[in-house]
Design a protein around this ligand. Structure first.
Ligand SMILES: [Cu+2]
Length: 489
């Protein structure tokens, strides 16, 4: 259920008091500060790799969605959900071109789905709200891996109930490799090729996760990386690749290092950039991914922290009341540098891939999507409409190239995700996107009052019955209706 905090309602009463009069008593006030002592500083957990079993030319993976107990709060137990474990899930590793079968068994005691975020596949294999897995059932997805080598993820996608299931721990990674065709980057998993699944959570004093179904999305005051609270990573003194994923329900991070060092972004959501882009800050919204290279050469015995310079981007969303974390710099991961490994990568390639730009002149259709907040009914909408499974919002012709133009008068930010495709960002307010966004994307942050234009080709999979979703990836927004569906025919 989507709830709205009293504070937010009070903000809206400035302009809409007459509409809302008398209804405040039904809403609960949430105290967002949590004083619990948490278990942290443990070594960075590394999600186990799952490479599947070969059978008749297919690679078969088995996932079980289950309940568990995790240790986050000193002396208390936290009820959590996980895939094949108590919190998060294994990293499924596969090669481009593989034919995969993924069996997903639901042992949660409630309905769910599992969606393969960023993957190009048939709509009926996509794991969105059409593919409900009832408790006790197994759903089998079968598809070919067509995506470029990069980092993708999987998570529940049940209509109106995605936020809570993800918050309780359900998410895991795909690592797609493409031997012979991907750039020569650090690739010793867990040594110099490190996934960083970044999430924020709050805990009650009894150890339980503090989830609230607020429409603006739940934020937490503790930072988890791969399911460990602000952990420590021992980095070898060489180039290290971090696959950074924002799997938070609502929080945007402005990543950087405590010594303000330069690092290089080498990949976006759906593949490598053309060449490494030097950065000192990396803005990453929910569901976005970035691969970065950090050079620790010659820094043995030094310590540096990965932090979020969130205070520097607090103005991104002034209309909505930020929490304390939004106004400061906070730690994400402590890195201690240890000796280099024997087969360390000591250079960085100049050239990573070739990305052929999709041209506006190729587009068959331009669609306009206005991301809005409706004061009447407190709903998040797209073009004034809230998600309805009985309504198809867009119909795309197979093989067409389309421009989707997002505008955002809502007073909030929206990381917008489109299923099935990888797209290119044409422009932000008429300007080229920054260099580190000039790669394949499946999620784009649309800032308030910004116009963002993206372009994509809808190839390979048509289905007159099953639609793909497009939605905001602030999960509270998605659950409260900021989602639509498109058919490819
Ligand atoms: Cu949103």
């Amino acid at each position: 259920m989507v709830k709205i905090s009293r504070r937010k309602i009070l903000k809206y009463t400035v302009g809409a008091g007459a509409l809302l009069g008398g209804s405040f008593g039904a809403f609960k006030v949430y105290n967002k500060s949590s004083e619990v002592a948490v278990v942290h500083s443990k070594p960075l957990p590394i999600p186990p790799l799952l490479s599947g079993t070969k059978s008749d030319g297919q690679t078969v993976f088995n996932l079980s969605m289950q309940k568990g107990v995790s240790q986050f709060v000193v002396g208390k137990e936290t009820a959590t959900y996980g895939y094949n474990g108590t919190y998060l899930g294994p990293a499924l590793v596969m090669n481009k071109g593989d034919d995969v079968v993924i069996n997903v068994t639901n042992n949660l005691g409630e309905s769910t789905t599992t969606h393969w975020h960023g993957l190009h596949l048939p709509a009926r294999m996509d794991g969105g709200p059409y593919s409900v897995i009832e408790n006790g059932d197994t759903w089998t997805a079968q598809f070919k891996i067509m995506n470029e080598a990069s980092t993708y993820f999987y998570h529940p996608h049940l209509l109106h109930n995605t936020a809570e299931q993800v918050y309780r721990g359900l998410a895991g990674l795909f690592i797609i490799r493409d031997p012979g065709n991907e750039p020569d980057l650090p690739n010793q998993y867990g040594v110099d090729d490190i996934p960083l699944v970044v999430q924020d959570r709050s805990f009650n004093t009894d150890g339980s996760l503090r989830f609230s179904g607020e429409i603006e999305g739940v934020k937490g005051d503790k930072v988890l990386v791969n399911g460990g609270i602000t952990p420590i990573f021992e980095a070898p003194a060489q180039f290290v690749r971090f696959r950074v994923l924002n799997v938070s329900n609502a929080r945007i991070y402005n990543f950087g290092f405590s010594d303000n060092r330069k690092f290089y972004q080498v990949g976006t959501d759906g593949g490598s950039l053309e060449s490494p882009v030097p950065l000192t800050k990396l803005l990453l919204a929910p569901a976005e991914r970035a691969e970065i290279l950090v050079d620790f050469s010659g820094q043995e015995n030094q310590e540096v922290r990965l932090v979020s310079y969130s205070g520097e981007v607090a103005s991104l969303s002034p209309f909505w009341m930020p929490d304390a974390q939004d106004n400061k710099t906070f730690d994400v991961l402590t890195i201690n540098v240890k000796p280099a490994t024997e087969n360390a990568i000591t250079t960085m390639p100049d050239r990573l891939s070739t990305i052929i730009p999709l041209q506006e002149s190729q587009a068959n259709v331009t669609r306009k999507l206005s991301l809005e907040f409706s004061i009447i009914g407190f709903k998040m909408t797209i073009n004034g409409q809230s998600m309805d499974m009985n309504r198809i919002d867009q119909t795309v012709q197979l093989g067409d190239t389309e421009i989707w133009e997002f505008t955002n008068p809502s007073g909030m930010v929206h990381p917008f995700h489109i299923h099935d495709i990888q797209f290119q960002i044409l422009s932000r307010n008429g300007e080229l996107p920054p260099e580190n966004e000039r790669g394949w994307k499946d999620t784009v942050l649309v800032k308030q009052d910004e116009t963002v234009r993206i372009i994509a080709k809808f190839d390979d999979f048509a289905d007159p019955d099953i639609a793909y979703m497009y939605h905001c990836h602030i999960l509270g927004h998605e659950d409260s209706g900021m989602m639509g569906q498109f058919l490819v025919v």
